[in-house]
Write a protein that binds this ligand. Sequence first.
Ligand code: IPD
Length: 266
Amino acid sequence: LSKRAAELLAIAVTVAREAADTARSMRAEGVSGVSTKSTDTDVVTAADRAVERQVIAALGALRPGDTVLGEEYGGTDGAGSVRWVVDPIDGTVNYLYGLPQYAVSLAAEVDGVAVAGVVRNAATGDEWTATLGGGAYRGRRRLGGSTQTDLAQVLVATGFGYDAKRRAHQAEVLTRLITRVRDIRRFGAAALDLCLAAEGGVDAYFEKGLNPWDHAAGGLIAREAGLLVGGLDGRPAGPDMVVAAPPAIFGPLTELLAELDAAGGP
Ligand code: IPD
């Protein structure tokens, strides 16, 4: 598996670099083709669509027969056991405003398990990678996440969905969480948040309502950096909740989030 994972990672990195170049050069020309998706705050741009089309075409040429799941087009069905999960631009609102926190996220799953993943910040060129069992890296530097053991000292990143009712519930959770941890950060790109947790830039991260493309690659990177990644009450990471935290913090943080009903509400 490790050889296969390494081969899939090499393809992921090649494709993600080209995709990130497209996103960055399109941003340099100004943002175009802006429209909204699920709500008025959920934006998509011409770059999201163009980058995803490019990724699908590149994967189709290099790995015909694989399945692709993408944020903008849904993707393509293949007969093989490999599925690629792509977020062409994670952090689209940052992209819109020119904030340098938007990324291409690409993961390869074999039989439903992420075995290789890359997240490339398209604005800065910073790149995080991981293979299952092979560790997590930022460039060539091997990563280890926070080893914090005291929940009261945890710097935790999070994000919000695009639905107003969900946001109201998420805000209620935060008003109660803020008194129990060191502080809270919201950067605007789930994949980059998970990479930041992987390198100890924050101690932990959680978010309700993510889609697979938001956390497939970043989740593998965080796990390979030594963090625990999962949902609440022993469930796997999924649409209810994604939590990434150091081993000593994962239990207390997920219990607190369950107590605050962080996976509840709309
Ligand atoms: C969003 C970002 C954001 C998170 C949202 C995601 P998008 O992805 O990752 O940080 O809070 O839940 O939907 O829409 O920019 O690809």
